[in-house]
Structure formats: C-alpha cells, structure tokens
Design a protein around this ligand. Sequence first.
Ligand SMILES: Cc1cc2nc3c(=O)[nH]c(=O)nc-3n(C[C@H](O)[C@H](O)[C@H](O)COP(=O)(O)O)c2cc1C
Length: 358
Amino acid sequence: MATLFDALRIGSLTTPNRIFMAPLTRGRATREHVPTERMVRYYAQRASAGLIMTEATGISRQGLGWPYAPGLWTDEQCEAWKPVTAAVHAAGGRIFAQLWHMGRVVHPDYLGGGSPVSASATTAPFKAHTYDGRKPYAQARALDASELPGIVKDYVRAATNAMAAGFDGVQLHSANGYLLDQFLRDGSNQRTNSYGGSIENRVRLLREVAEAVAGVVGAERMGVRFSPNGESQGVDDRHPEELFPAAAKMLDAMGIAFLELREPGPDGTFGKTDVPKVSPRIRDVFTRPLVLNSDYTKQTADAAIASGLADAITFGRPFIANPDLPARLAKGAALAKDDMATWYTQGDEGYVDYGAEA
Ligand SMILES: Cc1cc2nc3c(=O)[nH]c(=O)nc-3n(C[C@H](O)[C@H](O)[C@H](O)COP(=O)(O)O)c2cc1C
C-alpha cells in the first residue's frame, strides 16, 4: 500500500515523496513582476517537497493583476527565475511554474485603465487587490474569438520562458475562478459560439492552450489544476460532475503529467463548500497521477493515498510555516502555524524566517 513517503512517477520525473507544495501567491516579486533574491531562498528552503508548484505566475501583462506577483513574459522575468530553479535543484528538489491568466479579476489599474478580459462581459464579486488597496472589480470585456490565438500564444511564450528558466515543467492554472476556469464554467461563460454552450465548447480554450503548451514543454512535463467543487471568485457551474470529468478525460488522452484538484470540503478552514467532491468521478476517467488538495493533514493525506483516491497530496498553508514539511510529517512532529498577516507582505517576515525543526 502506497504512503506519502513513497516515490511517484509523474510524467518524465520521479518524485521522492508524495508531499507536494501547492501554489501559493506570496507577493515578493518586484512591481515589474520580476522574481527577487528572497524568492530564491524561500523556494530552496522547501526543496524537500516531492514537487514544488510555484506561486501563480503571470503569462502576460493583460493576465496579471496581483501586487508584486511574478511573471514569465519578459526576458528580465525569465532571467530572474533562473537562480530560483537552480537553487531548488541544488537542494535536490523539483519545481513547476504555475501559469496564470486572471481574466476578469485583473483590475483596470494594471491595464492602464483598460477593461479586463473574460469569456463573457461579466463582473467578479468582491474587490481586487491593487497597489492602492482593495477596489471593486470592473466589468470584463468578452474576448473576441479572433483574440484567442493570441492568448494561446501568451501561454506558449510563458511556457517557453519557463523551460528556458530551468523549470522541470509547468502547471496550467485552470482553477479558482481565473481565465481558463471562467471559460470552463457556465456561470461565467455565456458565449454561444464555438467556445461556449456545450461542455465540448467550454473546454475548447483549455484544450487549445494545453495542446500548444504541451507542444513546447512536452505533455509529460505539464500538469493542470482544477477547483471543481463549488464557486470560486463568483465562478461556478451547474453540473461540475459532468464538466470536470469530461475535461479530465480530454487531458488524460493528451498524456499530461498529473492533474491537481483543489477541493475544499464542508469542514475546510479556507474556502468551505457543501458541494460534493468530484474527485471520485475524475478518478474513474483519469488514468494518470491524481493530486488532491485542501485541508489535508498527515492522517487524511495518508488515508486518501492508501484508499487509492489520490496519488499525491499538495499542502499549501502547512508549507508556509514548515519549510521542512516532509521531515516533520515523517517524524509526526508538531506543525508551526502560518500567519495570515504576512501571506502577501513584501518582506522576509513570515516568508523566509520559518526555520527547519530544531
Ligand atoms: C496565501 C495563499 C496563496 C495562494 N495562492 C495560490 C496560487 O497562487 N495559485 C493557486 O492555484 N492557489 C493558491 N492558493 C490556494 C492553495 O494552493 C491551496 O489550494 C489552499 O491553501 C488549500 O490548501 P491547504 O489547506 O493545504 O492550505 C493560495 C492559498 C493561500 C493560503
């Protein structure tokens, strides 16, 4: 019976354990979205994870609306990721870049006052994080079908830069109410053309992006993240139990390295939902490594792997305060608690000052 501490083959890599680090936005890049030296230290400290997923990383100016989040669309950004990947590799780790287009949740402040883009002309609920505090979202402009090849090209450029920067692969961020999720789910996708309506049509942009990115990195070096159960940033679907298995099947046929599902439950401490988990249905149709996330403890993670529901687990908040999480879980040591007040601040505090267990 497999445990968290067994190796796992994912695509062309073998991970030494199944304790993966979930993507975590931390806001420690520059205002030009260039990775910084403290990010080198942060990721290297966490290299004992079976696999690190970076924080969400912008694929284009149009797609990034988070203060001090990193990007991968300029040469300067690409160069600045190189010390990060080199330090993780020198410390024995593996690291994928999570590629991000935020779609309608990019505030116009980031766009020189222009409109954000999405599947349809909708407005996200709540408020955006901007350099001048929280501001209400603006209504998105529906992307014209003629613009979609340009979005695909932006993903390809970012993926090409990721490989040039030394990443072991990329993860497409198709979760949490961002652009690809806005196309997938019928609450935000009200299109009636070939990218809207049927499941096949709503999955089309993801398929085109995944095929094009696989063309430059190899499908075996590409993962995808979904958040199938419940609303995310106002994005929801009436039939997630039909949509997401269909999307997973499409990615399975493409031969991707792994699929990661962020599935909060009713007992979740961050993003509670009563919507049933779709992972068992996805498990039935997705034959490759399935990675589950949200609110896992050592006990529940071991149980998910032992029961065959998951092949690996991504831990998010536990990795913030426990850089040596695999060693602590192996010993059954107490876990340090992260501090929400320093999740997105710019300094070392709450970022690189969590030591390994004494
Ligand atoms: C500070 C913070 C930043 C996050 N940033 C991202 C992100 O960049 N991309 C993403 O897909 N999910 C992001 N998430 C969600 C986490 O990856 C994860 O799904 C969530 O924390 C639940 O897992 P956990 O219970 O192990 O923490 C973030 C969560 C937190 C707490």
